[in-house]
Write a protein that binds this ligand. Structure first.
Ligand SMILES: Cc1cc2nc3c(=O)[nH]c(=O)nc-3n(C[C@H](O)[C@H](O)[C@H](O)COP(=O)(O)OP(=O)(O)OC[C@H]3O[C@@H](n4cnc5c(N)ncnc54)[C@H](O)[C@@H]3O)c2cc1C
Length: 498
């Protein structure tokens, strides 16, 4: 086996890993950054649009009064007290300064109104990347800086094991050809992004894992969580899926926004679960996390049901409904559209999607029930009840607002879009203390290890909250904390040795 040595190994170069590396770089501590992919990045680079913070300079300048007390108590209550209070506190208290630190890293953000219609009137806590492409480019430039300062960045190289006996001896890594290297080191920071890329872990935790549309970092296979557990770390926690939005399939990728089929799924139309029952007020489409949770609650899959008349209306007319993702794909300062359509390609898009299975077309409800394996009486009952709500402009069960009660489902052909709960990752893993050190069940830390970002338990009880940017904000801040704490510990060891 080849051999290398350094003071700290950082595993993963997404939000948490790049942030931890930046701290080590700034404080001139030698480190090796490992990245399984062929470029640095992770979900933080290719996916995230912003970060949460309180008390940033930008917020203060705008007179935002939402403060530590409101955020701390709000998140604690929201999660029914299933939180790691010390960790939550430390994250919140550093979140404001993290905004300036991100600018220093070349990853500037601006405090903006929420991207989600449901949260437009929430306090200004969301800081959005000024320009998505610039963010990606600037991220890619950080390794050169690290290397210039004498550090090492190894891409296509994954951490696979630890040599640990009364303390860390080495991290064992493997490159894409299967060749192993032993990196002797004093500290390791696991910033490898959770476990959504490990189908077995996903199946163990989520009964609907097969129906979930994984838009997360698939290279994240739970390495850090598994290795910490092997060393005795407490990993007990309710599974926390980072469910966020819904979409038909990876072919109709919501990130590309190029299919009318996807557009119709972003509106509060008529939804049925896999038992042919309506299951939620479709207006929830305007709150990404809750929308996805509603889908997760009915087995991760549901149908958007429309008839030909609705398709024809969208083809030629502008409809007074907002596309829930409209704001997300506007750059800072751009004005979002508040209507949808006309969608001249809609028929073609639906016909194409029918061929690939994202849309199921039928001339009658009975044919549709057969094709989707749904109970016809249940389907007929749901359709009748929905049409009645449209007729009388009163949804007395789910209470959808009247200005969204627009399209009944009357005569064929009928189209059912097969919609999946989308996930951006996982948010449970290892119990840690306020310094992001993994702890055993008795609370004692496993020394020399740090666990950060999506690998950590303690911020969420059972699902992602409607506080935009928390996951990514926490990833950056927890990487920063682990960087600082590892340096502190290295210095202390050095002092003790003198
Ligand atoms: C499409 C999308 C949109 C998102 N939007 C938002 C948003 O707007 N706001 C928000 O708060 N959050 C958002 N998120 C979530 C946010 O991106 C994550 O919470 C955050 O990136 C987590 O940081 P991380 O460092 O833990 O993981 P990542 O950023 O995913 O980084 C993990 C890295 O570790 C690497 N890795 C994995 N295993 C190994 C190994 N064994 N060895 C070496 N490297 C390894 C991976 O390749 C990856 O580069 C979004 C996520 C996605 C997918």
């Amino acid at each position: 086996m080849k051999a290398l040595s350094t003071s700290v190994v950082v595993v993963g170069s997404g939000s948490a890993g790049i942030s931890a590396s930046f701290e080590l770089y700034k404080q001139k501590i030698p480190f090796i950054l490992l990245e399984r992919g062929d470029k640095v990045g992770g979900a933080g680079k290719f996916g995230a649009h912003g970060v949460f913070a309180i008390n940033s300079k930008q917020q203060i300048a705008k007179g935002v009064t939402y403060d530590y007390q409101q955020a701390f108590e709000g998140l604690t209550e929201y999660n029914h007290y299933f939180v790691n209070g010390e960790l939550l506190s430390r994250f919140l208290k550093k979140s404001g300064a993290n905004i300036d630190r991100m600018t220093e890293m070349g990853l500037s953000v601006t405090v903006e109104q929420s991207e989600q219609e449901a949260h437009l009137n929430d306090p200004l806590v969301y800081h959005k990347f000024n320009n998505f492409k610039d963010k990606m480019n600037n991220w890619d430039q950080l390794p050169a800086k690290f290397v210039e300062a004498g550090n090492t960045v190894l891409t296509e190289t994954a951490a696979v094991d630890l040599d640990y006996e009364n303390g860390l001896k080495a991290v064992i890594v493997e490159d894409k050809n299967g060749e192993r290297t032993r990196i002797s080191t004093q500290k390791v920071i696991f910033a490898d992004g959770g476990y959504c890329g490990d189908p077995n872990m996903m199946a163990e935790k989520y009964a609907d894992s097969k129906n979930l549309l994984n838009l997360g970092e698939r290279k994240a296979d739970g390495t850090g969580i598994k290795l910490a557990k092997k060393l005795g770390a407490d990993t007990n926690h309710t599974p926390v899926l980072f469910a966020h939005g819904c979409a038909p399939s990876l072919q109709i990728n919501p990130m590309r926004r190029d299919s009318s089929v996807e557009t119709l799924t972003n509106l509060p139309l008529f939804w049925l679960d896999q038992t042919a029952n309506r299951f939620v007020n479709e207006d929830i489409v305007y709150d990404f996390a809750m929308w996805a949770n509603a889908a997760h609650n009915v087995g991760g899959k549901y149908y958007v049901l429309v008839d030909q008349k609705t398709i024809d209306t969208f083809k030629t007319q502008q409809v007074n409904l907002k596309d829930t993702f409209e704001r997300q794909f506007c750059e800072v300062g751009e004005t979002p559209r508040t209507t949808v359509g006309p969608l001249p390609n809609i028929q073609q898009d639906f016909d194409d999607a029918e061929k690939t299975g994202e849309v199921v077309k039928a001339n009658s409800l009975s044919e549709l029930s057969e094709k989707l394996n749904l109970s016809l009486p249940a389907l007929q009952r749901s359709v009748d009840a929905y049409n009645h709500a449209i007729d009388v402009q009163d949804d007395d069960v789910f209470l959808k607002p009247t200005d969204e009660l627009l399209f009944n489902v009357e005569s064929g052909p009928f189209y059912a879009i097969v919609e999946h709960c989308a996930i951006l990752g996982t948010l449970d893993g290892v119990n840690v203390n306020r310094n992001c050190e993994p702890v055993r069940e008795d609370g004692t830390p496993i020394k020399d290890l740090y666990i950060v970002g999506n690998n950590v338990n303690g911020l969420y009880s059972d699902g992602y909250p409607s506080y935009e940017g928390i996951a990514n904000g926490f990833a950056f801040v927890s990487g920063w904390i682990a960087g600082e704490e590892s340096i502190k510990s290295l210095k202390q060891t050095k002092m003790e040795a003198l």
